[in-house]
Design a protein around this ligand. Structure first.
Ligand code: NAD
Length: 506
């Protein structure tokens, strides 16, 4: 008997008011669909509805209705749910990591890192009782009216500022950290007393849906956290809706800027994290093993699909002599394959358009005259899925596309400079300002670098200076639009409004 074919991959559900639903369940007709693919095989595993506008409206309504009761719950009670959620994430750790490997293509180790760093944010959200404390200043003035006779100096007036939740908040997330980036946003938002609608990337909605479902198993009341799939039409609808108070966005610079302008023009507060082009400066005095380990992890980890990926290495002075042969050798040893294959150290890129874009960058580097030291097009790659091998250019120069634009793939471009100051002025030309890294054994060089690099996150002998959840994720320039960043105390301030109270008791 012929084997029974598997059922066709179904649509990804919405999660609204505490339960899964499809657009058709809500009386709407499904919009155009985007396939959710396994990048290691090319297999379609589900379909995302790109424009479920009934679902988006229902999610806003559910979030608006849930807000008063949720905001009135004591912050300690709200955090109890987040504590339980942290436990559930630990219990479902392997399942979540396996889901990331399947729909994103990361290696198993990278997927575990995605979940672990996400859990860090959940733990940090449990600090909401401390982060929400207001401030008081007694006796800001004295009133002589309504004075009791015994109170000769008048009636004291006190003042305080409270931090109060905003209402309905929106989160729009990219494909490259399917579990962690949503966890940058909603745990702190709901711990602060807000309600939330998450619109994950149409490329990786399944991990986000599971994350939201588990939050309800932990006891989050219906409507406090909702998920709506979709593309630009849904994002636009959510961020401009009259009930929406705040918008958190993470994605490419072009979209981040557009979302920032649209949201703020509609009167919403917005924090929009964008793309990056990150530099790593290699000084001749650096610990060579630490350089190679750090640069390989930064440039090729997550297949270069990280906003903290080191994309350009500047070899200063004689560092080029040892750095270039050693990095070529180390990058050449990377084992490319499906993320859960034994020994694999680099997985596929997300989809065919990404692969084509990255190959186009490699072609442009060759045409612009950079020297191809390691050609990711030429190595042995799996036959199915979207793979690009690790690629290294030497003699890259300003003006080349491989230097000016974010590649978001496993391509490292090496530039050469004669001094640290020349390296600093090269990297400071960039329109992006996410992170920059120096490898050196000189405290003087490290301090000079930290002081003068025009970026929001600095690494000193560290390839990926990712802030832990207690610190803000601090991009600058075209890597960030807004004032208050994700994570850290910034997040608690972003998701709350200040309310000043001036008090006089007669
Ligand atoms: P993307 O900008 O294509 O998409 C991000 C989100 O925006 C998705 O949910 C998508 O559906 C939505 N979107 C796309 N076009 C839109 C439009 N015109 N209007 C409204 N919404 C729209 O980004 P991506 O390819 O998913 O992610 C990769 C990018 O994210 C890279 O540039 C990377 O550097 C950046 N990123 C930045 C950070 C950071 O903290 N700075 C972190 C992770 C990723």
């Amino acid at each position: 008997m012929a084997p029974v074919p598997p059922p066709p991959p179904g649509p990804v559900h919405q999660f609204i008011a505490g339960r899964r639903a499809l657009e058709s369940d809500l009386g709407g007709s499904p919009g155009p669909a985007h396939p959710v693919l396994n990048p290691a095989t090319g297999e379609t595993i589900a379909h995302t509805d790109l424009a479920p506008l009934r679902a988006a409206e229902a999610a806003i309504r559910a979030a608006a209705e849930a807000f008063p009761a949720w905001a009135a719950r004591p912050v300690g009670d709200r955090c109890q749910v987040i504590f339980k959620y942290k436990q559930l994430l630990e219990q479902h750790f392997d399942e979540l990591a396996a889901g990331i490997v399947r729909e994103h293509g990361k290696t198993s180790g990278e997927a575990a890192g995605d979940v672990r760093r996400g859990i860090d944010c959940v733990e940090f959200a449990c600090a909401a009782p401390v982060l929400l404390m207001g401030r008081t200043l007694p006796q800001i003035a004295v009133s002589s009216s309504f004075c009791r006779t015994e109170d000769k100096s008048g009636v004291g007036i006190d003042s305080a500022v409270d931090r109060v939740p905003l209402g309905v908040c929106i989160g729009i997330t990219p494909f490259n950290f399917p579990v962690m980036v949503p966890l940058w946003m909603w745990p702190m938002a709901v711990a602060c007393g807000n309600t939330f609608i998450l619109k994950p990337s149409e490329k990786v909605p399944l991990s986000a849906l599971r994350e939201v479902e588990l939050a309800h198993e932990a006891g989050l009341p219906p409507g406090v956290l909702n998920l709506v799939t979709g593309g630009p039409a849904v994002a636009e609808f959510l961020i401009t809706h009259e009930e929406t108070r705040a918008v958190s966005f993470v994605g490419s610079t072009k979209v981040a800027h557009h979302i920032y302008k649209t949201a703020t023009a509609a009167g919403k507060r917005a924090q929009c994290m964008g793309g990056a082009k990150n530099y790593m400066v290699i000084m001749p005095d650096a610990n060579r093993d630490a350089v190679i380990e750090g640069v390989v992890g930064s440039a090729f980890g997550n297949t270069g699909q990280r906003c903290l990926a080191g994309s350009v290495a500047i070899a200063v002075g004689e560092a080029a002599e040892w750095f270039i042969p050693r990095i070529r050798e180390a990058a050449g040893r990377i084992k490319v394959g499906p993320g859960d294959a034994a020994g694999c150290t680099m997985g596929p890129v997300i989809d065919e358009p990404s692969r084509a874009r990255i190959l186009g960058f490699i072609d442009s580097g060759v045409q612009d005259g950079a020297s191809l030291v390691l050609d990711g097009r030429a190595c042995a790659l799996p036959a199915s899925g979207w793979f690009v091998g690790p690629t290294v250019f030497d003699n890259a120069r300003p003006g080349m596309r491989i230097i000016e634009e974010e590649i978001f793939g496993p391509v490292l471009s090496i530039m050469r400079e004669s001094t640290l100051d020349a390296a600093l002025s090269t990297l400071n030309r960039s329109r992006y300002g996410n992170m920059a890294v120096i490898f050196t054994s000189s405290g003087y060089n490290a301090r000079r670098f930290k002081t003068h690099a025009q970026v929001g996150m600095v690494g000193i002998n560290v390839g990926v200076p990712a802030p832990m959840a207690a610190f803000p994720f601090s991009g600058w320039k075209h890597s960030f639009f807004g004032d208050l960043h994700a994570n850290g105390e910034d997040a608690a301030r972003f998701y709350t409004e200040s309310k000043v109270v001036v008090t006089r008791w007669m």
